[in-house]
Design a binder for this molecule. Structure first.
Ligand code: URA
Length: 261
């Protein structure tokens, strides 16, 4: 993919806390010369309003231990079913289910891993430090969780102590995510981090090997990128995340990617 630094993309870099190195100037630069340097700046974002937890109005029907019938639920029933779900042990320790945030129809969808402590408390995905970085990245692409991007996690309940999701938890929860994708009808999905990728692409390959090309989930183009929490610890990879966002924006702009799977 050719990275061109038009004014919109220069603004993106700045929003993501990426600084242009002096040899990078403009769209005239050679693609190879396009480099960006990570700087440590998670910019302040407007506080995200907590949402009232949804009452489990619709008891989830369980076939074996997996929610059934999820694939035909509407938004209200789907959210209620998630809130009432007891298909895995995470329901025992959750304070809130963290269903998702954003418009019910959106061209963009972000898929993360699982709620952490802040998310469990507030009932909304990505409200901690990683969420601030995510919001900056999204803003850089002209996106806003209240307006034009839907954000959901693979798991709707917090794994205790923020441990990694277990395969059977992912398997139980994935039908909720699949239904969310069907309802949102995104034109592109940004899969952030190892667990999002494993869940939707059924791949054990590391994120670094899956980035840079277009995958598919339920027929929707998927761009793989690093998880914002990882980026907070590995600032040097922010430039790669920026290039992943560019790939997703190119898709949205109808630009044909170099290679697809
Ligand atoms: N990390 C995630 O993957 N999701 C969240 O909601 C918060 C942190």
């Amino acid at each position: 993919m050719t990275l061109q630094l038009d004014p919109r993309r220069i603004a993106m870099l700045q929003e993501m806390g990426l600084r242009l190195l002096p040899r990078v100037a403009s769209v005239d630069a050679e693609p190879e010369a396009v480099v960006a340097e990570a700087v440590e700046s998670v910019q302040a974002v407007a506080p995200v309003q907590a949402r009232a937890p949804v009452a489990p109005a619709v008891p989830v029907r369980v076939r074996g231990d997996r929610p059934a019938g999820v694939e035909s639920l509407d938004w209200a029933d789907l959210e209620a079913a998630a809130a009432g779900c007891r298909a895995c042990g995470l329901c025992e320790s959750r304070r809130n289910t963290v269903f998702g945030v954003g418009p019910q129809r959106a061209d963009w969808m972000v898929i993360g891993e699982a709620p952490g402590e802040n998310e469990d408390q507030q009932g909304e995905p990505f409200v901690g430090q990683a969420g601030k970085l995510l919001d900056n990245m999204l803003r850089a692409a002209g996106l806003d969780r209240r307006r034009n991007v839907y954000i959901a996690n693979v798991l709707k309940c917090r794994p205790p102590g923020n441990r990694n999701p277990e395969p059977q938890e992912v398997a139980q929860c994935e039908p909720f995510l699949r239904r969310q994708v069907a309802l949102v009808q995104p034109r592109v999905i940004l899969a952030m981090g190892r667990f999002a990728v494993q869940a939707i692409l059924q791949s054990q390959e590391p994120v670094g090997r899956l980035r840079g090309r277009v995958h598919r989930y339920e027929g929707v183009p998927v761009v793989v990128t690093y998880h914002p929490a990882y980026l907070l610890r590995n600032l040097q990879d922010k430039a790669k995340a920026w290039s992943d966002l560019c790939l997703a924006m190119d898709l949205m702009d109808g630009v044909q990617p170099a290679a697809s799977t």
